[in-house]
Design a protein around this ligand. Structure first.
Ligand SMILES: *Cc1c(COP(=O)(O)O)cnc(C)c1O
Length: 428
């Protein structure tokens, strides 16, 4: 059996950890089979507990944009760890990374660091509510903003995979303050503003969606949201946990030239350590404690190891903006290759791609929102996933996930991947 040791480890894990995992998508429920237990990783490759090498297209769900165990980051963690791992007191490192982030990202003056993307989004809406003195928020079906109560309403990827868009444990009171619209649909958003006058604090959006596969914003969609926010006194929150420091130095604000009011970060910003952050203009950020009345705190927030890792990552990206171009070129190469392969089959497919985010949907129609994302044929996806896995290619174990390329991938890796895709396409 190919994954004997992983299977054993999974059996043991399930005895002590619910479902054997600390985050549901890792359990392979959507694709079946046994999750792969990883031993170590370097560059573009994962080395699993059964001795296989896999080319990694997930990269810890995004953070490893420069490859696993990236030396400058690892060295910074080592050096910092020698000096102690947490103080609960301010350190100069926090200011260093804050200054750098504010320089790299347009339209933000101050940034607060937290420990996850979930915390960043949760705190961002509290800040928006405190600032506007309104209660309701608008989110889009299929967008994921972490697992805090207000957002677990048609939340894409993990939540959708399991068919529990409204998780038990979320009170009706909380759910009623979250208004839902379809991604890329400005009319629905305009209608929500009309039917909830002066009650909407903010729109939160993945400005390039990545949790229902990759779904780009239609031309004018983000600008339209900005306009509706301006007209109605609401704030526009860009959840750039996935896109920030990945699609461009300054994220989607820079890529599509739209200014958000609050921006959330995670994933890349921590260089592979648990970090999130939210940022805005000074006038908004000054509403946060200790300056203002909106409370937010964290025992391990601004943790020195995490700040050191994040700083090295951002510094490298700031000094090497060609990474973004190189990543995009590799992703387009993969996209063109896949397009050619599947065009020669009867398999219905659509590929969406923005920068280094890409996803294939096994359905012929364009995927523009959650409804169209759900059209994809999951049986075809399962075959695709397991066929690739057997050939040493690791993609996300769910049809609702984006692939995240790493710049550590070589064109040889991409060719090897395309060869595997070609073989798999013949047996799907
Ligand atoms: C991953 C993700 C989150 C949640 O971040 P965690 O660090 O997993 O809590 C929030 N928003 C988006 C867009 C994400 O992709």
């Amino acid at each position: 059996m190919l994954y004997q040791r992983s299977s054993q480890l999974f059996v043991e894990a399930q005895q002590y950890i619910p479902g054997g995992v600390n985050s549901p998508v890792r359990a392979f429920k959507a694709v079946g089979g046994t999750p792969i237990f990883v031993k170590r990783a370097k560059g573009a490759y994962l080395y699993d507990e059964d001795g296989s090498v896999l080319i990694d297209y997930i990269n810890s769900w995004g953070p490893m944009i420069l490859g696993h165990a990236f030396e400058p980051v690892i060295n910074a963690i080592k050096t910092t760890a020698e000096k102690g791992t947490s103080f609960g007191m301010p350190t100069e490192l926090e200011t260093k990374i804050a200054k750098l982030a504010v320089e790299m990202v347009p339209n933000i003056d101050k940034i607060r660091f937290v420990n996850s993307g979930t915390e960043a989004c949760m705190s961002a809406i509290r800040l928006a509510r405190g600032y506007t003195k309104r209660h309701k928020i608008i989110k889009f079906a299929g967008c994921y903003h972490g697992h805090s109560d207000s957002f677990l309403i048609q939340a894409g990827s993990g939540a959708s995979t399991f068919g529990v868009p409204n998780s038990p444990g979320i009170t009706p009171g909380t759910a009623q303050d979250t208004l839902l619209a379809s991604y890329n649909n400005l009319e629905e958003v305009a209608h929500l503003f009309q039917s909830n006058p002066e009650q909407i604090a903010a729109i939160i959006v993945e400005p390039v969606a990545g949790n229902m596969g990759c779904v780009p914003p239609k031309e004018g969609f983000l600008q339209g949201l900005k306009q509706l926010c301006l007209e109605n006194g609401a704030l526009l929150i860009f959840d750039e946990v996935m896109t920030g420091f990945r699609l461009a130095k300054g994220g989607v604000q820079e890529l599509y030239q739209v200014d958000a009011d609050i921006v959330c970060f995670g994933k890349v910003i921590g260089g592979g350590l648990p970090v999130g952050a939210f940022a805005a203009r000074e006038e908004i950020m000054n509403h946060l404690a200790p300056l203002g009345p909106v409370y937010q705190a964290g025992t391990l927030s601004g943790n020195p190891l995490a700040m050191a890792a994040g700083y090295e990552m951002l510094q490298y990206l700031n000094d090497h903006p060609e990474v973004f171009t190189s990543l995009e070129a590799k992703t387009i190469y993969l996209k063109n290759g896949m397009q050619e392969i599947f065009a020669n089959t009867n398999i219905p497919f659509t590929i969406n791609q923005v920068g280094s985010m890409i996803s294939i949907h096994f359905h012929q129609d364009p995927v523009v929102d959650f409804t169209t994302a759900k059209n994809g044929d999951n049986d075809l996806f399962k075959k695709f996933f397991h066929g690739l896995l057997e050939r040493g290619i690791y993609i996300a174990p769910s049809a609702y996930e984006t692939w995240f390329l790493t710049d550590a991938l070589t064109y040889d890796d991409l060719d090897q991947t395309l060869q595997a895709i070609k073989e798999v396409s013949l047996i799907m």
